[in-house]
Design a protein around this ligand. Structure first.
Ligand code: AMP
Length: 596
């Protein structure tokens, strides 16, 4: 689209010429949302007309919405499994996309316990980059002077594997950080990071975090914004500082690098940056040595204007803790994205977390919306509405058609329309469907939790003549890292011989072993989830829980034990009935290789 960047932007005066172009792009694209969407669909369908998938659905080369909607089904990942598996096994024919699948992006959403594999094509990197390019121009409208300093961002690459057919499978951010788009990005004074690429790209998470923190400390007066992708990641960085500040201060004092940093590229790079600095070492020791860490972020990085972290959706649980450590700094949620597709951005990034709305960018994919009805069992595809036709106040499930070859694919996110920017709707992220527990990027649903309880029962409790009468769970984020708490009411056949503490600790581990691979990776490789805890409650506790729910209006006939709780009076009731607590004694099994 041709852009006249000399026009003033309705979003506000741009900070520079480059920003003017970006803001105009947002204006043009959102003003013409319907036409842009029609065009995106036509492009996707025409280039992929000869793919096996579209031929199977007899689209016959049609590129219009009507034919598309009447012939192509609305699907979930499970429906696409056979095609994905063939691509993973090495079938290079145009199954979903006429462009070669360049790699798989591994989603934090799982299917049968393993990360979902999302096919992607080379040019999607440009599309993702184009969304990243809009973030700072919007932020510069809200926070002036960001070109006068740097951003301290804790960014990490994660492990990658190859599919049997030889395609890489890795998280979308790992793919992006390892791309030339990121590694050789042009210098932008508004977007300078304290972390060198070598630190971000180091595959060892300890060495990566250590050097990113060290650089952040060395540049502490320069830091104007501080962030991580998700709130849980930023809190992990704070925890890391709590555990490692002595060593960091020692390195700063001597101007030498800890022997724990062994990556040759990283050592080389840090040698050029690190100089002895007695004064800074003393400052770090004084601040971090204090018992009270309230406001530590602003004490160490006094010029920080905002935290750049996602605190919407499951991450909202971390807002109070971030407030505590930052002394109430604003939190900016800048974008909404997934492995399948990057969706959009927040045009008012300095708003309160509870007011965050994401504007879906109509050029990123073709978007449809399924009106959300929690109790509806069947799916009526005629009810899907287009991007520009959603209604303010209503909730929808997001359905996407991407350039990489997902057609009418249900993402699983529930969004509520809050308004429009021009003709592009803005959405409040309500939640992801079917997620019971989440601490970091893990998402555990009810069936997975049930399976984990069954597993522990079978492997440990059965031989002890005990069983679980009832259970519920809770994501405890008061500790860093947070951890899963499972409340168990036990039936013990021989009350003289209840299961021992060791046996119950083994139950914790058995549960962890059967949770999905994202959970286990968070536990083992990322250290972003702590050991699972079982709290055994007195017999009769779950009946009391039911009495409580009924006293508050629940129907006796329809009452079901909630499988996850976070309402304070219920937590208090459960905690007051706890007779013993048990933790997983070791790490569950996890390797980068997929189990299937
Ligand atoms: P993944 O496929 O692992 O990259 O995870 C993508 C999912 O993370 C999305 O479908 C959302 O459920 C969630 N997510 C991404 N961005 C946001 C956001 N800004 N706010 C809330 N949830 C988000």
């Amino acid at each position: 689209m041709a852009v006249d960047s000399s026009l003033p932007s309705p979003l506000g005066p741009p900070a520079c010429e480059k920003d003017a172009k970006a803001l105009h792009f947002i204006e043009q694209t959102t003003r013409n949302a319907a036409a842009v969407q029609e065009n995106v669909l036509a492009q996707i369908l025409s280039r992929n007309a000869e793919t096996e998938y579209l031929r199977r659905h007899k689209l016959g080369g049609a590129t219009d919405r009507k034919s598309f909607r009447s012939k192509v089904p609305v699907i979930t990942y499970e429906d696409l499994q056979p095609e994905i598996q063939r691509i993973a096994n090495g079938d290079r024919s145009p199954i979903l996309s006429s462009h070669p699948i360049s790699e798989f992006l591994t989603s934090s959403g799982t299917s049968a316990g393993e990360r979902k594999l999302m096919p992607t094509i080379q040019e999607e990197l440009d599309r993702r980059q184009s969304l990243y390019n809009l973030l700072m121009p919007v932020m510069n409208l809200c926070v002036p002077g960001l070109n006068k300093g740097k951003g301290l961002y804790f960014l990490f690459v994660k492990s990658e594997t190859k599919t049997p057919g030889g395609l890489l499978a890795r998280p979308v951010l790992t793919s992006y950080y390892k791309s030339e788009h990121f590694k050789t990005r042009p210098y932008d004074p508004y977007n300078v990071y304290t972390s060198p690429n070598e630190a971000i790209l180091c595959p060892d998470s300890f060495q990566s975090m250590y050097t990113q923190m060290l650089c952040g400390l060395l540049d502490r007066h320069q830091v104007l914004r501080l962030g991580a992708v998700f709130a849980s990641g930023l809190l992990r960085a704070i925890r890391f500082l709590q555990l490692n500040w002595q060593q960091l201060a020692a390195d700063i004092r001597r101007g030498t690098l800890s022997s724990k940093i062994t990556d040759p590229d990283l050592k080389n790079c840090m040698e050029k940056i690190l100089k002895p600095n007695q004064e800074l070492a003393e400052f770090v020791t004084e601040q971090c040595g204090e018992e009270n860490w309230e406001g530590i972020i602003t004490r160490i990085w006094p010029n920080t204007k905002y935290l750049d972290v996602i605190v919407t959706g499951a991450m909202a649980q971390y807002i109070p803790t971030l407030d505590y450590y930052s002394g109430g700094l604003p939190m900016a949620c800048t974008m909404y994205a997934s492995s399948e597709c990057y969706f959009g951005l927040n045009l008012n990034p300095m708003c309160k977390p509870s007011e965050v709305s994401y504007t879906i960018m109509p050029n990123m994919a073709y978007f449809e919306f399924l009106p959300y009805e929690p109790n509806s069992m069947s799916l009526d595809p005629t009810r899907l509405v287009d991007l520009v036709d959603v209604q303010v106040g209503k909730e929808y499930e997001l359905v996407i058609t991407t350039y990489a070859g997902l057609y009418r694919y249900r993402v699983g996110d529930i969004l509520r329309v809050t308004g429009f920017h021009n003709s592009a709707p803005q959405f409040h992220f309500v939640r992801r469907k079917n997620v019971l527990l989440s601490i970091d990027s893990d998402k555990t649903d009810e069936a997975e939790l049930q399976l984990a309880v069954d597993n522990a029962t079978k492997l440990v409790l059965e031989s002890l003549n005990a069983s679980v009468v009832e259970y519920t769970s809770f994501a405890d984020t008061k500790t860093i890292p947070g951890h899963y708490v499972i409340y168990w009411e036990l039936l013990v056949k021989d009350s003289a011989e209840p299961p021992s503490s060791e046996a119950l600790a083994q139950c914790c581990l058995a549960m962890e072993e059967s949770l999905n691979s994202v959970y286990r990776q968070c536990r083992v490789a990322d250290n972003s989830i702590g050991p699972l805890e079982i709290r055994v409650v007195k017999s009769g506790t779950f009946e009391e829980l039911m009495d409580y729910a009924i006293s508050r209006g629940a129907s006796i006939n329809q009452y079901k034990v909630p499988r996850c709780v976070n309402f304070t009076p219920i937590m208090e009731l459960l905690d007051s009935r706890v007779v013993s607590k048990h933790f997983s004694p070791s790490l569950p099994h996890w390797t980068p290789a997929r189990r299937r």
